[in-house]
Design a protein around this ligand. Structure first.
Ligand code: SF4
Length: 485
């Protein structure tokens, strides 16, 4: 059966909602992904999303996997409750059975996203495939495929085939890129095409989408009326959408037909991540009226989407000074009813280009500490060039470290690993020490490049090793455990 016919059958299936899935499955073979997630009820099979199933009191396999992966005593029932409340989303895809199941939200480890993708200047599919593999090897939790150059369908499909991470994207990129090529004017994009494209990308295996539904006439008006924007507009998808709205003198179709967006996402149990198209790209713009207007709308839409049974996430900035990060997280959590928060760092300074993975890691440690749930990495190439493989590696490492630091503060009861690291370092027990580290290979590479005379020390202090001397002096006094009352 052709893909087109199969898709038509799926549409029919969904339009009547209740049907014996196996009838269609036998025709469509592996393309008919619903068969993998249908929920058996009273002898008939109905497609349900994770949030709908959770609200019915059902613990899905994905919820159990999330609980197992997280550890720390989190039970599948706790995950179910939080999914039902919309406080946790689970990135799954029914026709990618090998895909890693990733939970994002309340009480879970802060997750790290790596973004890759071609540009109009550099379009090398093999490079993007390798970058995806580097991101997975470096233990990113999710991947965003954000190509705007070359064969956009092919690069997405190659990246999906090359890794097992949940893959997200921004459908506006492809929509406006293709409109640019076809009409030499992205503002001529047919909004109906946008919805078709979203469905096609979801069917390919996309598990979460950043969609700019919260930009509307109201939020643009706030931007215009405030009279300044030091960093201008920095969201590619957001700026294209604003431009389309201005050119066509129309409301954002993704806002106007938000229920249609949710319905598409529900078909694939995908997570809808409400993009922040008017985010601040300079710390002096942080929390300006335009950004806040969009945030209010996104939080409102998160509630509407949840009520429709769609998994919802809200996206955040951007550039935010360190002293405003806590407030930013608090606002999102309060206004959205606790929807998982996906932030881009944030960057707490504008002047760190070349080392912006570090700038963003400082912001990310803070955002994770105050409740951000998924953090998009920033690479050393940020603001300068398309990242290469080394940039991806450094970006993931810096962001994982930031997320760990944030989690140490967010979950004080989960610090046991840090204690083990400290103890093995105090006791200069390198054999035990290095495997506990986040980056053992890098740590060993440095140590082995400058080996000490005495293996109980390192070449930093050599004979004057404070650790060794201190332990020989106070071994009896300091090797006990802290008394707890
Ligand atoms: S030599 Fe210095 S830096 Fe190295 S383990 Fe001993 S105290 Fe630490």
């Amino acid at each position: 059966m052709s893909q087109k016919t199969c898709r038509k059958k799926i549409k029919e299936f969904l339009s009547v909602e209740v049907r014996i899935a196996s009838e269609i499955n036998s025709d469509c073979g592996t393309d008919f992904f619903y068969a993998q997630t249908v929920h058996k009820k009273k002898g008939i099979e109905i497609m349900k999303t994770q949030i709908e199933l959770a609200r019915e009191g059902l613990i899905t396999e994905a919820m159990t996997k999330v609980a197992t992966a997280e550890g720390f005593g989190l039970t599948p029932e706790t995950i179910r409750q939080r999914v039902a409340e919309g406080h946790i989303v689970i990135a799954v895809h029914p026709n990618r059975p090998e895909q890693k199941v990733v939970g994002i939200g309340k009480g879970l480890r802060t997750k790290v996203n790596a973004s890759i993708g071609t540009s109009s200047d550099i379009s090398d599919i093999e490079l993007e495939v390798r970058k995806a593999q580097v991101a997975e090897a470096e233990q990113a939790d999710t991947l965003m495929e954000l190509s705007t150059g070359g064969d956009l369908n092919l690069v997405r499909q190659r990246v999906l085939a090359a890794c097992n991470l949940p893959v997200g994207n921004v459908p506006l990129y492809q929509a406006f890129s293709e409109a640019s090529r076809k009409y030499h004017n992205p503002n001529k994009l047919d909004s109906e095409y946008l919805f078709d494209l979203i469905e096609r990308q979801l069917a390919d295996g996309i598990s979460f989408m950043a969609i700019h539904c919260g930009i509307n006439r109201f939020s643009i008006e706030r931007l215009r009326k405030q009279g300044y924007r030091y960093g201008g507009l920095v969201s590619k998808g957001g700026t294209f959408m604003v431009s389309w709205m201005e050119y066509n003198n129309r409301e954002n179709p993704l806002y106007e037909q938000f229920d249609r967006v949710c319905t598409l996402m529900k078909k694939y149990d995908a997570v809808l991540s409400l993009g922040n198209g008017i985010r601040a790209g300079a710390i002096h713009d942080s929390h300006d009226r335009a950004q806040m207007a969009e945030m209010v709308i996104n939080c409102e839409l998160a509630e509407i989407g949840r009520d429709m049974g769609c998994q919802m996430m809200v996206e955040g900035p951007g550039h935010v000074p360190l002293d405003e990060i806590e407030g930013n997280i608090m606002l999102e959590k309060r206004m959205s009813g606790g929807a998982p928060y996906y932030v881009l760092g944030p960057l707490p300074a504008d002047s760190g280009a070349g080392y912006d993975h570090i700038t963003a890691a400082i912001g990310a440690a803070s955002s994770a500490r105050f409740g951000a749930d998924l953090i998009c990495y920033i690479t050393p190439a940020e603001h300068l060039a398309l990242p290469n493989e080394d940039d991806v590696r450094e970006g993931v490492r810096a962001t994982r470290l930031a997320a760990r630091i944030g989690d140490i503060a967010k979950y004080p009861e989960r610090r046991e690993l840090e204690k083990k690291v400290a103890l093995s370092r105090r006791d200069t027990n390198w054999k035990e020490h290095f495997p506990l580290l986040m980056f053992p290979e890098k740590a060993l590479e440095v140590r082995n490049s400058r080996t000490p005379e005495n293996n109980s020390t390192c070449t930093m202090c050599g004979d004057f090793c404070a650790m060794e001397r201190g332990l020989s002096l106070f071994a009896k006094d300091i090797t006990g455990d802290k008394k707890t009352s």
